[in-house]
Ligand binder design. Structure first.
Ligand code: CO
Length: 210
């Protein structure tokens, strides 16, 4: 059996299993989705949002890209964020990075990755912003791990800079913003950063007339 056929076979088995546990499972899910969380994670195949949080389909709205970035010109991310916040009315937005992130590793090299350079530039900017702190760490691994954490922190701050989040804070006092890092070696999540609705952010990024 080829690998694609195997996916279809597994899909059939999974659907049967779900129906056996709960005959109305698919009918219920097909009618409405009311997730409480938006997950912005890395595309890395080892960090699946639902599995590592023990959640089911319908519980987390998911966006993933290389190195879990919140780039203010990324129409894809902004569309997902706007839909999740204004229509699905999520209570929490989670940015989840992970140690050993290939995107972060690539960004600290001088290697030319072609079109990916433009994406990795955003991570290089995070490194430059925190260069003095990172340099103080003795090993390359520690420096990379800290950059993974700082990158998550910056992306959470980027969320707070969007008019989408500021508007939701002003009118609905939600969502909370969370920055986490996942450890591939033990499967555990670590809290890095949290911003609550209407926490103070830099004036320069605050909009009026929201
Ligand atoms: Co990654």
């Amino acid at each position: 059996m080829n690998s694609i056929d195997k996916l279809f076979l597994e899909n059939k088995a999974w659907a049967n299993e779900r129906r056996k546990d709960d005959p109305s499972y698919f009918k219920r899910l097909s009618e409405i989705q009311t997730p409480e969380f938006l997950w912005i994670g890395c595309s890395d195949s080892r960090v699946p949002a639902n599995e590592i949080t023990g959640t089911d389909p319908g519980e987390i709205f998911v966006h993933r890209n290389i190195a879990n970035m919140v780039v203010h010109t990324d129409l894809n991310l902004l569309s997902v964020l706007g839909y999740a916040v204004h229509h699905l009315k999520v209570q929490h937005v989670i940015v989840c990075g992970h140690y050993g992130c290939g995107g972060v590793k690539a960004a600290v090299t001088q290697h030319n990755f072609g079109i990916i350079n433009k994406w990795l530039r955003n991570i290089k900017d995070v490194k430059r912003l925190h260069q003095s702190e990172i340099e103080q760490l003795p090993t390359d691994e520690q420096q990379l791990n800290r950059l993974v954490e700082l990158n998550v922190e910056e992306q959470v701050i980027h969320l707070a800079k969007t008019s989408i989040i500021q508007k939701a804070w002003q009118y609905h006092h939600r969502p909370s913003l969370h920055g986490w890092v996942y450890n591939l070696e033990d499967g555990l999540l670590k809290k890095i950063k949290e911003i609550q609705p209407n926490d103070v952010i830099d004036d320069l990024y605050c909009y009026d007339n929201l």
